[in-house]
Design a protein around this ligand. Structure first.
Ligand code: SF4
Length: 280
């Protein structure tokens, strides 16, 4: 279940306990979450999470962060969430999804700082592995699993090939964000056979990118809608390439930890296509 977490306390535990994973939108500490989502949001979510844990909820609680262009301090915010009791974290850059919010200087500065923060977080992630703990930081987990298993990926959220959304009128569509775009209708619930749903794949620039097999193409909506100018999208891709390069650099270390049985390759397993995009 994906939720903003604000009404979790109104759902009977009888139902909550049946949900294997709950993805909750929050962006880090109180200051950051309330800045993005309104005053009081953080306290409400944390109180609701505490309540369901006390009731005995033992499923996975995933913090689903939005990283805004004003705050590149990923490392600090992820650590905060891990220390606040979240089992796992996923994040997405708020970049390239709106036509009028690209500022070259501001975003270039963000990318530089964000990339440094990613490197610092990878250091922390590997240090935890040395203690036998593979934290479920989904962007790291998904990419590393593919490198370790030598697997190629398509769009990592599954949009348009393995995961679809159903609109209120019964249309089956490539992705929830595209629910009103007829070009991305794949069928409908009354007449379509699941195996025969229309499939969609990413186009330029991803289809000729050397990182495609590990990246998968970030986001179908972003790839098709091209809301930012080329130089903006290239800056977004710099963050992806940095993330992949940094993880590739650490693979020998990770493989040694697996060989020494401090961690296991099974620690990198995760349920595919349950929601997060993996590529931020
Ligand atoms: S790095 Fe950028 S261009 Fe390359 S596959 Fe990923 S999203 Fe597409």
């Amino acid at each position: 279940m994906q939720t903003n977490g604000k009404l979790l306390d109104e759902l009977s535990f009888e139902y909550i306990k049946k949900i294997g994973k709950i993805l909750i939108s929050l962006d880090g500490n109180k200051e950051r979450t309330d800045f993005n989502r309104g005053e009081g949001t953080y306290d409400k979510i944390i109180s609701n999470i505490k309540k369901i844990r006390e009731q005995g909820y033992d499923g996975e609680l995933i913090a689903r962060m939005t990283i805004s262009q004003d705050f590149p301090d990923l490392y600090e915010q992820v650590l905060f969430l891990i220390n606040s009791g979240f089992d796992s974290v996923h994040w997405q850059l708020d970049a390239g999804f709106y036509k009028f919010d690209f500022d070259q200087n501001k975003f270039s500065e963000f990318v530089e700082k964000y990339n440094k923060s990613v490197s610092k977080l990878i250091d922390f992630w590997i240090d935890e592995m040395k203690r036998g703990n593979v934290l479920k930081l989904y962007p790291f987990l998904g990419i590393s699993e593919s490198i370790l298993k030598n697997e190629k990926t398509k769009l990592r959220c599954g949009a348009g090939h393995s995961g679809y959304a159903i609109t209120q009128s019964g249309k089956i569509v490539a992705c929830p964000i595209m629910n009103c775009i007829k070009d991305f209708y794949a069928g409908d619930i009354k007449n379509s056979i699941p195996e025969n749903l229309k499939k969609f794949s990413v186009s330029s620039p991803c289809d000729s990118c050397s990182y495609l097999d590990l990246c998968g193409g970030r986001c179908l909506y972003w790839n098709k809608s091209k809301l930012w100018p080329k130089q903006g999208d290239e800056l977004i891709c710099l963050t992806i390439k940095h993330l992949i390069d940094e993880l590739e650099k650490r693979m020998l270390e990770i493989k040694k930890l697996i060989d020494d049985k401090i961690i296991s390759i099974a620690d990198f397993d995760y349920e595919k296509y349950f929601g997060p995009e993996i590529i931020p």
